[in-house]
Design a protein around this ligand. Structure first.
Ligand SMILES: NC(=O)c1ccc[n+]([C@@H]2O[C@H](COP(=O)([O-])OP(=O)(O)OC[C@H]3O[C@@H](n4cnc5c(N)ncnc54)[C@H](O)[C@@H]3O)[C@@H](O)[C@H]2O)c1
Length: 415
């Protein structure tokens, strides 16, 4: 049984911790660092953590040196590097760091180098590679049943309600305060494309815009807060309905993130109760990226707010057939050009990201026990961050961006 330290006990930190409830013989939540009082209380109650191992800031936790076997870094975007570096110098050898590693690619490369220097294993939580759905898809591609992969079409349907929650009202609405949306939302889709093509990226181009969620599109008669809005029944972005319908996911986030005790207060006073057309968001609401791989395969990744469900749909086109699947359906279809189509059912594991939220922790612990190689070590994961940076530069400049140029520029800056 491994003693886990969790840095940041918001949405993701709690998801990591839940593994200890399901598999108490494998992991115990031994120590935490969390700024928010009510989350520290909640974690203490749920995991029976000794007071001396509960910290309100990770700086205090690291002053104690190494106090656990494995460490999870689940602070917000752009707050991963410092605690990860502190964990390395405190002597932790097995680290799980949430994605995105950081919006600054130089810092990502620096962290990767430091992990090597310290002889530590550092896994990035690129969940999709751990999802049974995508593992099955990769296994099918590797059998050669569709020949050589020539093109992949990946659609990340963010979902109108999830866009409203996270990218208009919430944490990832504003690029300066978080990251470009392509990095925040889709670095693991980029990573997935590398995984499925079995190649590396040569160049990327991208187009995308935001702007729908702005005051000029506010319907007549709408108000600043959905709870008082006279036309809320007609608005799909009505926060009260969105959260009442999803009490355990976005609903929980809307209440917990700002420390409210109930939804009504959150809707009356908090940022998640604001009219979706009257927020300060500046990230895109739709973006398409085109990727050219070194082996000649191409891919396109569509990230769009305007879908009914949060779902990914993947279509892999090979020289002798296609593989098609919708992530939420747990079904994959293999369609060879000759012969019959075949449906594969994917194992359903009851946790987020199609079961990946459980598998990612299981694999991380197995790697810490020396039983398995990590499948998303930081040095592999960095490529996806370079792809996102290239997509963002391309979106702004209209140019096609070479990954080698981006990497040599950043690596050079570190010398
Ligand atoms: N892998 C995935 O599929 C996936 C999915 C969603 C989010 N994420 C990523 O996970 C990360 C965390 O997201 P979240 O939704 O859990 O965020 P969150 O804001 O809910 O949680 C972060 C927590 O860190 C705490 N914190 C900040 N500074 C601290 C400090 N100095 N000491 C101790 N605690 C501190 C905050 O109080 C907060 O509770 C983000 O980078 C996000 O992009 C990954």
């Amino acid at each position: 049984m491994l003693n886990a330290v969790i840095i940041g006990c918001g949405g993701r930190g709690q998801i990591f911790a839940e593994y200890a409830k399901q598999y108490p013989n494998e992991m115990r939540v031994f120590a935490i660092a969390e700024k928010r009082d009510y989350l520290r209380e909640k974690m203490k109650k749920e995991y029976d953590i000794d007071d001396k191992y509960i910290f309100s800031d990770y700086h205090d936790l690291f002053e104690k040196g190494k106090i656990g076997d494995v460490i999870f870094i689940a602070t917000q975007d752009n707050q991963h590097i410092e605690p990860a570096l502190m964990a390395l110098s405190a002597g932790y050898k097995n680290l799980m760091v949430e994605k995105p590693i950081d919006r600054d690619l130089k810092k990502c490369i620096l962290l990767s180098k430091k992990a090597k220097e310290y002889g530590a294993k550092l896994q990035i939580c690129h969940s999709l590679r751990f999802a049974p759905f995508y593992r099955k898809m990769k296994e099918l591609i590797d059998t050669g049943v569709i020949g050589e992969v020539k093109h992949i079409n990946q659609t990340e349907g963010v979902g109108y309600f999830h866009q409203a929650h996270s990218y208009v009202r919430g944490d990832w609405a504003n690029e300066d305060k978080s990251s470009p949306m392509i990095l925040a939302k889709c670095c693991h889709d980029m990573d997935l494309l590398v995984y499925l093509t079995g190649s590396h990226t040569a160049r990327v181009s991208s187009y995308g815009l935001g702007g729908f969620f702005s005051e000029k599109n506010a319907p007549e008669g709408s108000s600043a807060r959905c709870i008082d809005c006279k036309i809320s029944d007609k608005c799909p972005y009505n926060a009260v309905r969105i959260y009442e319908e999803r009490p355990n996911t976005t609903g929980r986030g809307a209440v917990e993130k700002e420390g409210f005790s109930n939804l009504e207060d959150a809707m009356r006073k908090g940022r998640y109760g604001r009219c979706v057309f009257r927020c300060d968001n500046d990230v895109v609401d739709h973006q398409v990226s085109n990727i050219m791989f070194e082996n000649g395969a191409t891919a396109n990744l569509t990230m769009t707010a305007f879908t009914k469900d949060c779902n990914r749909v993947t279509r892999v086109m090979g020289t002798y057939g296609e593989i098609v699947g919708s992530f939420n359906d747990f079904e994959i279809y293999v369609k060879p050009f000759l012969g019959n189509d075949k449906k594969y059912e994917v194992e359903k594991i009851e946790s987020g990201h199609g079961g990946a939220d459980t598998v990612v922790v299981a694999d991380f612990l197995a790697s810490a026990r020396g039983e398995k190689e990590m499948c998303t070590p930081i040095d592999i994961s960095i490529e996806s961050h370079a792809m996102c940076e290239a997509a963002e530069i391309s979106r702004r400049t209209g140019k096609s961006i070479e990954i080698a140029d981006i990497m040599s520029d950043k690596e050079g800056a570190l010398l």
